[in-house]
Ligand binder design. Structure first.
Ligand SMILES: [Zn+2]
Length: 178
């Protein structure tokens, strides 16, 4: 069976309802080769149509451009976060390396001595601070002690607040600026 001119007509369809179209439909009913070719071609065409439909809709580029400042700000925040992460990670790794170095060069006895010393020293420091505070409390009138304590607490709170605001600003920077 000759598949011409039907193959040509599959890719270049004749006018619907024309004599040629009738012949093509008749051949497609008889010939499985041409029928399968025809269905493949129809499938490819519908794929192409879908591809066109998922391509950026009208106004997409404009909206993309309008989103640019916000996207830039997000990007800057991501960069800052990544830099902080890198810094933190580097410090952590460096500490680990130092610890590993110390442990590698120390004998178990040295390590246990160092640990005990650390706890004893911390305990001594805390005791010292407590003694100093008790002494201050003893020699200063209660009202003055309370005032100084409130002042110190206020300073600490202010420091923490300033630090928090700074970190917040740093990570949010670029939202209002373009
Ligand atoms: Zn055929």
């Amino acid at each position: 069976m000759s598949h011409q001119p039907y193959e040509t007509w599959i890719f270049d369809p004749p006018e619907p309802g024309s004599e040629k179209d009738g012949e093509l439909q008749a051949h497609l009913n008889d010939c499985t080769d041409c029928a399968s070719l025809y269905h493949s071609w129809v499938g490819v065409q519908s794929l192409i149509r879908q591809e066109v439909e998922v391509s950026p809709p009208a106004g997409f580029t404009k909206r993309w451009m309008e989103d640019l400042p916000a996207r830039k700000a997000r990007q800057r925040r991501r960069q800052i976060r990544r830099a902080l992460l890198w810094l933190g990670g580097s410090i952590f790794l460096l500490s680990l390396a130092l610890l590993a170095y110390y442990f590698a060069t120390m004998t178990p006895a040295d390590i246990s001595k160092a640990v005990v010393k650390f706890f004893v020293n911390t305990g001594q420091t805390l005791t010292g601070i407590r003694i100093i505070f008790e002494w201050i409390l003893r020699v200063t009138p209660p009202a003055v002690a309370a005032g100084v304590s409130a002042l110190l607490a206020g300073w600490v709170l202010l420091l923490i607040f300033t630090w928090a605001v700074t970190v917040h600003r740093l990570t949010r920077k670029g939202v209002v600026t373009s």
